[in-house]
Design a protein. Structure first.
Length: 154
C-alpha cells in the first residue's frame, strides 16, 4: 500500500519514527519507507523527535529515503529535536544534504501510524538512555571538554 496516493502536491506527509533507528531495525525501516517513497513527487517529512538512538545504519536509512525521494522529484525533510543527531549528520559531512526543522511544517498530514524504527529495549532488559547517548549510557565526546570543537579544524 502506498500511503501517498491521492494527496495534493505540496502537502508533505509526516512519518513519525520512534524507538531506535539502528542496525537491528534498519531493514524493516527501509522496507516501510520504501513503500512511502514509491510514488513520484513525494514530499516526505521524517519526524525523528521520538527516536532515542541513531547509529550508522540509521543514518543509512535516512540517506536511502532521501535518495529515493529525490530520484522521484520529491523532497525529504527531517524533524530533529535532539541536537546530537544534528551533530552526527554534520560530523559525517551530511549536514548540508538534509533540510532540518524543529517541528513538522504547518499544513502537513500525518501518515498512518506505524513503527518505522526499532522499538526501544524491553523494560528491565536495558537501562533507559538519554536521547543521543550510546547504548552504554555515555555520550560521545562527554569526557572531552569542548565536545566536537576538535573537528572544526579538519
Amino acid at each position: 500500500m502506498n500511503g501517498l496516493r491521492g494527496r495534493r502536491r505540496g502537502t508533505p506527509t509526516v512519518v513519525g519514527l520512534h524507538g531506535d533507528l539502528d542496525w537491528p531495525g534498519a531493514a524493516s525501516a527501509n522496507a516501510r519507507l520504501d513503500a512511502l517513497t514509491a510514488g513520484n513527487g513525494a514530499d516526505l517529512v521524517l519526524d525523528l523527535s521520538r527516536v532515542h538512538f541513531l547509529d550508522c545504519a540509521g543514518v543509512g536509512v535516512l540517506c536511502r529515503a532521501r535518495r529515493r525521494v529525490r530520484e522521484r522529484g520529491g523532497r525529504l525533510t527531517l524533524v530533529i529535536t535532539e541536537p546530537h543527531f544534528g551533530w552526527i549528520l554534520r560530523t559525517l559531512g551530511l549536514g548540508e544534504y538534509f533540510e532540518v526543522l524543529d517541528a513538522p511544517p504547518e499544513g502537513s498530514r500525518q501518515a498512518e501510524p506505524r513503527t518505522v524504527a526499532s522499538p526501544p529495549a524491553e523494560p528491565g532488559t536495558a537501562a533507559p538512555r538519554p536521547a543521543g547517548s550510546r547504548r552504554d549510557g555515555t555520550r560521545p565526546n562527554a569526557a572531552r571538554p569542548g565536545g566536537s570543537r576538535r573537528l572544526a579544524g579538519r
